[in-house]
Every structure is written in structure tokens, then in C-alpha cells.
Design a protein around this ligand. Structure first.
Ligand code: NCD
Length: 337
């Protein structure tokens, strides 16, 4: 794939060498993300960061990644404050905003909307999630995290066994991650969800066709004994017709330290795209896991910045100039102490 000027709207765009290329550039971003070095390579560039659905980490992670490369961020959040409420089409918004920006990140509740927007944009568009469809940059940061966590255990992604748990029907992160795993060998995936919230059939089919061993269950503890990763997800309440319908499934698959100790191998990695629903009736990932060294959820968010820096650098074609525009930090760096 030619990254220069590319839109990133689906994991289907990626071949394995493309993913490896993103990961190797992400590795090189570490000194900048850790604030050991500062680069100004994107000085003068503007990111239009447009989020039409709630977001904390994805929005701020895209923005921070762009800032860390020296660029400026201009944000629009929510429909109410945009001209979309006046009936403007997404394509017109794209025609306008791409005149002000060098790259655009976008999250929108409608499936396919980010690709529609991209089709009218004059600058690259990176998806931050389109409804219940896909979340490609999350899948890349998830797999980058999996790669690092397994490397620490002397393993590679090939041969991975992962349990995906929770709302697999509406959860766009597992849709993209399932697709991404098709590029690897000897993968086994255990899908654990209520039947009504199972992973869409077309994604399951595509995974099986690529050689992934897929098993399906609605029972948690029986299925997490021999996996490398448990990947938990939130019930996507906002995609249900009513809160009451979401309530039927909330809290069904809780993981806490006692369950982990009893049913998981002692080094099983715990992941979640976040936010985890910590309300007592949900509590899918208990805070008593917070001191468990295998809880990788905050390493995931840190890795997200590296992966998004890599994507910006590749799409804007500055990978080989990042270091030439860099200097050491001048200020007290709390992260190094
Ligand atoms: C996810 C999302 O928005 O799809 N969050 C994220 O981007 N890290 C998952 C979720 O909201 O449950």
C-alpha cells in the first residue's frame, strides 16, 4: 500500500507488510512520545480533528500524536456545534474542511460515513470509528500492543490464541481486530458473547476463510484457560434501541482478579479498548486487576499515540525527516523519574 496521501478507513486496505511498516515506524516514535526528544517535522501542518460521537482517548490520542510531530490541531466535536445540523452533507463539509487542513481525523455514528467523507476530501482522512462498522487505528494499536506483550514472553503474533469477550456485534474494535488477524498464521480466536451480540457472520466467515480457527461460546470461564490474550469489550449501549435492551447484557462477562487467578494462565494478557464500564452493574474489568502486571490497558493507550504518530508521518511522507527536525527536551521530564 502506498501510504503517502492515503485515506485510512478500513483494515481491509492493509497487507501484512503494510502493518509491519506501521509498527516499525511506531517503534521509532518512542523517544518523541516519551518526551526525551522533540521533533518539529510537521511544523505548520494542521490536523482537522472531527469527532461526532463521544470520545476521550481516540480524539486526544490523534491530537497528541499530531502535536508530538510538531503540528497544530483544530477540533470540532459534536453535531450541535457543526453545520451538519443545518442540513449540510458530509461531502460538502469534507470539501470545505479539507481546504483548511493537511489531514483530517473523523469519528461519526453512521457506518460508511467516514469513507463517504473521505471520497470528497482533498486531504487524507483517518477514521476514528464509523458507527458499529470499523475502528482501524484501534486495531493497529491493539495488534501493536499484542506484538509487544508477546515479544516480552518470547513469542510472536503468529500462533496467537485470543478470546474476544462482550459486545462483538456492535463493537467496532473487534470487527477491525478480527479482520487484521487474518494477515497472520496459526491464529485461534474464541468469541465469547451472548448469542444476540455475536460477531457479524461475514467477519467470522472471512476469518475462517483466511485460516483462523474460530470457536464461539456464551460462557466466559470455560474458555479463557489456555488463551494468550483476553480482550474484553463494553456493551455498546449507544447502539441499542433503548438502554433497557442494553441492560439485558450488561455485567454478563465480568473479569476480576479472583476469576483471573482461578481460570487464566498466570501470564495471560488482559486488554480492553477502553472505556471500561466501571459502574457496579457492568464492571466488565474490575479495578482489583489494576495492580496485575498483565493488565495491558494503559499500555494500549500509550501505544495508540505511537501508532497514530506513525500513520501521520507515513501519510504525510515525513518518516525519514522526523529525526532531522529534532532536539532534546529542555524542560523537566516527569516521565523519566
Ligand atoms: C472504542 C470505540 O469508540 O469504539 N473506544 C475507543 O476508541 N478506544 C470502544 C468503546 O467505546 O467501547
Amino acid at each position: 500500500m502506498d501510504f503517502t496521501g492515503a485515506h485510512i478507513v478500513s483494515i481491509d486496505q492493509f497487507e501484512r507488510p503494510d502493518v509491519e511498516a506501521v509498527f516499525s515506524v511506531a517503534d521509532r516514535m518512542q523517544p518523541y512520545a516519551l518526551r526525551q526528544r522533540v521533533t518539529r517535522v510537521l511544523e505548520g501542518a494542521i490536523l482537522g480533528n472531527m469527532f461526532f460521537e463521544p470520545s476521550t482517548r481516540t480524539r486526544v490520542s490523534f491530537g497528541s500524536a499530531f502535536n508530538l510531530l510538531g503540528g497544530e490541531v483544530r477540533e470540532t466535536a459534536g453535531f450541535e456545534s457543526s453545520a451538519l445540523v443545518k442540513g449540510e452533507s458530509l461531502q460538502d463539509t469534507a470539501r470545505v474542511l479539507s481546504g483548511f487542513s493537511d489531514v483530517i481525523c473523523m469519528r461519526h455514528p453512521v457506518e460508511g460515513s467516514v469513507a463517504d467523507f473521505a471520497s470528497a476530501s482533498r486531504v487524507p482522512v483517518l477514521s476514528g470509528g464509523d458507527g458499529a462498522n470499523e475502528h482501524p487505528t484501534q486495531a493497529l494499536l491493539d495488534l501493536y500492543t499484542i506484538r509487544k506483550e508477546l515479544a516480552d514472553r518470547g513469542r510472536s503474533i503468529d500462533g496467537l490464541k485470543i478470546a474476544m469477550i462482550g459486545d462483538l456485534r456492535f463493537g467496532r474494535t473487534v470487527h477491525s481486530l478480527g479482520k487484521l488477524l487474518r494477515l497472520y498464521r496459526d491464529i485461534e480466536v474464541v468469541l465469547i458473547s451472548p448469542e444476540e451480540l455475536s460477531l457479524p457472520e461475514d467477519i467470522v466467515e472471512a476469518m475462517r476463510l483466511s485460516g483462523i480457527g474460530v470457536s464461539i461460546s456464551d460462557h466466559l470461564t470455560e474458555n479463557i484457560a489456555d488463551v494468550d490474550i483476553v480482550y474484553s469489550t463494553r456493551i455498546q449501549e449507544e447502539r441499542f434501541p433503548s438502554k433497557q435492551q442494553a441492560d439485558l447484557y450488561r455485567g454478563k462477562f465480568r473479569l476480576n482478579q479472583a476469576i483471573y487467578t482461578e481460570y487464566c494462565q498466570p501470564n495471560t494478557v488482559i486488554m480492553h479498548p477502553l472505556p471500561r464500564d466501571s459502574r457496579s452493574d457492568a464492571n466488565e474489568l474490575d479495578s482489583d486487576l489494576d495492580n496485575n502486571p498483565n493488565l495491558a490497558i494503559f499500555r494500549q493507550t500509550d501505544n495508540g499515540v505511537l501508532v497514530r504518530m506513525a500513520l501521520f508521518a507515513m501519510v504525510l511522507d515525513v518518516v525519514d525527516r522526523v529525526d532531522a527536525h529534532a532536539y532534546d527536551v529542555r524542560w523537566y521530564n516527569a516521565r523519566q523519574t
